[in-house]
Design a protein around this ligand. Structure first.
Ligand code: IMP
Ligand code: MG
Length: 190
């Protein structure tokens, strides 16, 4: 069991984005996606586990027909040293050949995860392949990633909630909060 940070200590968990702000922005993204993909079926690919709440809300903000699939990715060396090694831990259940694929991610940090995933999925012949990320920390980028739909650009702070974890805790918070004590080690799970 990991020791949980005390949620009752407000100074260690300040709210960066409220549940209302998140939902309002997702509604806007949904409208934008409806316009851009009009007449098509959107094939949403959520990256486990962090993107699960964003995917669930974004899918319902889209009025077009949408399909859902999930992919699991693990990255290593994200503590003090970043090896940039990425591994597929769960593959898609369905083919994406000829599909309009929208990868749904919680946060783009170094860009290593998405850079890798884009390369893997491109080889499977989707008609289009784009990224929707709820959060973006552009100052941390080490690999280039084109993000077509960004919820919020945030500063270089470690955030939790709405799917994002610290050592598997806090995913189910409704808002996004900053951990003021920077973690020594980031959980390898997504
Ligand atoms: P990247 O490969 O460095 O872009 O890593 C992206 C992944 O790192 C995200 O999908 C998250 O799982 C994790 N991550 C990056 N920044 C944070 C954060 O501030 N809080 C929680 N997880 C994060
Ligand atoms: Mg993730």
């Amino acid at each position: 069991m990991t020791a949980a940070v005390d949620l009752t200590a407000p100074s260690s968990m300040r709210v960066l984005l409220s549940a209302e702000q998140i939902q309002a922005r997702i509604a806007e993204l949904g409208r934008q996606i409806d316009e851009d993909y009009a007449g098509s079926v959107v094939h949403l690919v959520g990256i486990l586990k962090g993107a699960c709440f964003f995917l669930a809300d974004l899918a319902r903000a889209i009025s077009l027909p949408a399909r859902l699939d999930f992919i699991g990715i693990s990255s290593y060396g994200k503590g003090t040293t970043s090896s940039g090694e990425v591994k597929l831990t769960k593959d898609l259940d369905t083919s994406i050949e000829g599909a309009d694929v929208l990868i749904v991610e919680d946060i783009v940090d170094s860009g290593i995860t998405l850079h890798y995933l884009m390369q893997v999925l491109k080889q499977r012949g989707p008609r289009t392949l784009r990224v929707a990320a709820l959060l973006d920390k552009p100052s941390r980028r080490v690999r280039p990633v084109e993000v077509a739909y960004t919820g919020f650009q945030i500063p270089d702070e470690f955030v939790v909630g709405y799917g994002l974890d610290y050592a598997e805790d806090y995913r189910n918070l409704r808002d996004i909060r900053v951990l003021d004590e920077p973690p020594a080690k980031i959980s390898p799970q997504h």
